[in-house]
Design a protein around this ligand. Structure first.
Ligand code: SF4
Length: 455
């Protein structure tokens, strides 16, 4: 998971981009970067850390220019280093300098990298954003292709997820993979154009209008205007269907975003209602594990007529729990992140609603915390199906062993997390909630990967 943002227009591009990235901070907290163009040369700043720490005002003022692309990084491929942060600057011998940033994971990364290394391309990082950027530049500079042809050929070669921004001295090329794994929107402002991973970034820059970029669509954006090219997505997929990430709706996206032709918060409420519809347990309170399950708990509470109570208070100064790259940092984060409301849980039968269970370690600590605060029953309700398979398209659920639902039955998980009862949604119930369910990926629940290396 990562977030990308790009802007061309009358406003200082780096400042608008920093603002957009700030709204996408939930998509990646390890590193961030902005590349900016003044029409002739490109400048880049990227560092480990949060947007508001890296891009303070004086630094932004040094990044003068009318076009910029930016990135917030959440590590899936490559170690947490500045080299693996994005955007990547790509220099050519006598030609211009380019910059590239993307969100997603390329499943045939190894094969493609080896193939391009054999052609004489050098890489500075282990990051698939760099691979995609260098592929484009190779096609343009060494093979003489125009950028549209280069993007089309890239789409034919690359398997997997990428919502991408390519910055030249005068243009931004924005495109999305033929499966449409990761979200991407395009908007118009007074005097400019913007592209972002999520629509919330359009809200903060006061975009007058915006829309989603289609799978296999390319937008060529300059100060003068925008041209769109829609490639044949079915042909580029080689058969098969679209594969929007259902986990974005469940967990990753902000609830105030609109993506994959639906409002995220609406769907989260419906997921909670779905859970409630099949539940009969008696309880005194419905408590969300904040923040991503707040709307699910609201839906559950309304449907069953059990009061919704914010019994757990979350610190907003600790990163998202499973975004942290090592288990020891992750454990520390959980303890610092949640605190139960004083006396609230005393002698209560509680329904804890969470969006998902990945490793099981966070929810077990929370169940213990709630019991320690006096709850006499703790019933856990999960508004998604069991996560049994690793994601190959940009979400950090890296190994089978780490996924609790891959090695345990639901009853074993219940015992492990020390809950009185445990209910998940089924894949069918998740599909019933989503609009256009046939266009989604469910591989981390089903193991049916929509695109694999070589296919
Ligand atoms: S495998 Fe899961 S997390 Fe990955 S893209 Fe598919 S639905 Fe999303």
């Amino acid at each position: 998971m990562c977030g990308i943002f790009g802007y061309i227009g009358d406003e200082p591009a780096a400042e608008i981009t920093a603002l957009g990235l700030f709204m996408l901070q939930h998509r990646g907290q390890e590193a961030c970067g902005i590349a900016v163009s003044d029409g002739r040369k490109l400048k880049l700043v990227k560092e480990l850390g949060y947007v508001k720490e890296v891009f303070y005002q004086e630094r932004l003022e040094e990044l003068d220019g009318f076009a910029a692309i930016g990135h917030v990084r959440y590590p899936t491929r490559g170690t947490p280093t500045v080299e693996n942060a994005q955007p990547h600057l790509i220099t050519t011998l006598n030609g211009p300098v380019y910059a590239f940033a993307s969100n997603g994971d390329v499943v045939n990364y190894r094969n493609l990298r080896e193939a391009y290394e054999k052609k004489g391309v050098f890489f500075d990082s282990d990051n698939d954003g760099e691979l995609l950027g260098r592929m484009l530049v190779y096609k343009m500079e060494r093979e003489g292709k125009d950028p549209v042809q280069a993007v089309l050929e890239l789409m034919g070669e690359v398997k997997g997820a990428y919502s991408a921004l390519f910055l030249t001295p005068t243009r931004i090329y924005a495109f999305r993979d033929p499966w449409g794994f990761r979200p991407m929107v395009f908007g118009k402002t007074d005097g400019g154009y913007a592209v972002a991973s999520e629509s919330v970034a359009m809200d903060i820059i006061r975009a007058k209008e915006w829309r989603e970029i289609e799978p296999a669509e390319l937008l060529i954006i300059s100060k003068e205007g925008v041209e769109g090219v829609k490639f044949n997505e079915e042909e580029l997929r080689g058969g098969g269907r679209r594969a929007h990430c259902s986990f974005e709706i469940i967990y990753f996206a902000r609830p105030d975003s609109y993506q994959y032709r639906q409002f995220v918060h609406d769907k989260r409420i419906l997921l909670g209602e779905k859970l409630a519809a099949k539940d009969t347990v008696e309880a005194d309170a419905v408590v969300p594990v904040p923040d991503s399950s707040n709307f699910m708990a609201l839906g559950y509470s309304r449907k069953r007529g059990i009061p919704l109570c914010f019994g757990l208070i979350r610190s907003h100064y600790v990163g998202r729990t499973f975004i942290k790259p090592t288990q020891s940092i992750r454990d520390e984060s959980v303890r610092q992140k949640f605190n139960p409301l004083y006396k609230f849980f005393s002698d209560k039968r509680v329904i804890l609603v969470d969006d998902s269970i990945v490793r099981g370690t966070t929810i077990r600590k929370i169940v213990r915390m709630v019991r320690g605060a006096g709850a006499k029953e703790v019933h856990v309700r999960i508004a998604s199906p069991p996560v049994r398979f690793p994601c190959r398209y940009g979400i950090d659920t890296p190994t089978y062993e780490e996924l609790i639902a891959n090695r345990m039955s639901i009853e074993e998980i219940r015992k492990f997390i020390e809950a009185d009862s445990l209910i998940y949604l089924t894949v069918e119930e998740l599909r019933e909630v989503l609009d256009y369910p046939e266009d989604f990926c469910y591989a981390c629940f089903t193991g049916e990967y929509p695109v694999l290396e070589g296919k």
